[in-house]
Ligand binder design. Structure first.
Ligand code: RIB
Length: 302
């Protein structure tokens, strides 16, 4: 069976420390917990698609260290098609150093490792996966040139293209926008892309409208506990979030993106797919870690 969704992106091993608060510059803090779990925005979104009911393939790289096989296995046990996840000789796997505080805030340093070697040629070699898919998802933890190539190719093939511009450090290249059906930033990413301070629904709508003017099909701004805003030429729709007590917000955005894509792939309406992504993300923030926090579809049934 061909995968309906293809994710082009990163795989990281997350080294997670819990502490009462995040450390200040130059400070040494004593934490109260440590664990190592598979993560990476690309891999997290892939796992979310799989657990939320759609077939998915991943295009990415791992290193030839001890983490590489573990990252690959974490996808394989979910039934992900990993034929296009390569092991790069002499390179370490992507790693994320994450500190989570008592208020469930986090700070993350990512070392790309093998993710930094994912080339446009690697994606080109997996063209049959793109051809067979309905939906292609990218993020920004692999080289920009690779993302740019993928967006163009996916558009050329007539696929539904989703870009989660994370992590965003500034504006995107102007020629990317018309290749994107759904651009899905969070508040800080929307701000980085537009220069507009995004702090509420009104500012999120203004940022989204600017992105639409750049040529994006639709924009979904995720606003954490304030829900999500879908902005398109047809108008603006707010989707409130389910109130939950957050323990760890790592991968909540990834769970939303994966759930949304899985919903679309399964033929749900856009509104239903957004709601599915939100319900899954709401569960994920009540659990620790990236991939272990992502729920299965059965957990969302009433
Ligand atoms: O979005 C969460 C992810 O960001 C983590 O799993 C970490 O690997 C970083 O890439």
């Amino acid at each position: 069976m061909h995968a309906k969704v293809v994710v082009v992106g990163s795989l990281n091993m997350d080294l997670v420390a819990r502490a009462e608060r995040l450390p200040r510059a130059g400070e040494t803090l004593t934490g109260d917990g440590f664990f190592t779990v598979p993560g990476g925005k690309g891999a997290n979104q892939t796992v979310a698609v799989a657990r939320l009911g759609a077939s998915v393939a991943m295009i990415g790289n791992v290193g030839d260290d001890a983490y590489g096989p573990q990252l690959l296995q974490a996808l394989q046990v979910e039934g992900v098609d990993c034929q296009a996840v390569a092991s790069c000789a002499g390179v370490s796997s992507g790693v994320a150093l994450i500190v989570v505080d008592a208020a469930s805030q986090n700070a993350i340093v990512v070392i790309p490792g093998a993710n930094g070697l994912l080339s446009a040629e690697s994606v080109q070699r997996a063209d049959s996966l793109l051809q067979a898919a309905d939906i292609v998802i990218c993020q920004l933890e692999v080289p920009q040139a690779t993302v740019a190539w993928t967006l163009v190719r996916a558009r050329e093939l007539g696929k539904t293209v989703i870009l989660n511009p994370a992590p965003a450090t500034g504006p995107l290249p102007a020629d990317w926008f018309t290749n994107i059906d759904y651009l899905a930033p969070n508040e800080s990413e929307a701000q980085a892309l537009t220069g507009i301070t995004v702090s509420d629904q009104d500012s999120a709508r203004r940022a989204a409208e600017q992105l639409l003017a750049f040529g994006v099909g639709k924009v979904i701004v995720t606003l954490g506990s304030e829900g999500a805003l879908l902005v398109s030429a047809q108008g603006c729709q707010h989707y409130p979030a389910t109130p939950v007590k957050a323990l760890d917000t790592t991968a909540a955005g990834d769970t939303f993106i994966g759930g949304f894509a899985a919903g679309l792939a399964r033929g749900l309406s856009e509104a239903e797919a957004i709601t599915l992504g939100q319900r899954a993300a709401a569960i994920s923030v009540t659990r620790a870690g990236a991939q272990p926090s992502i729920p299965y579809l059965t957990e969302l049934q009433p």
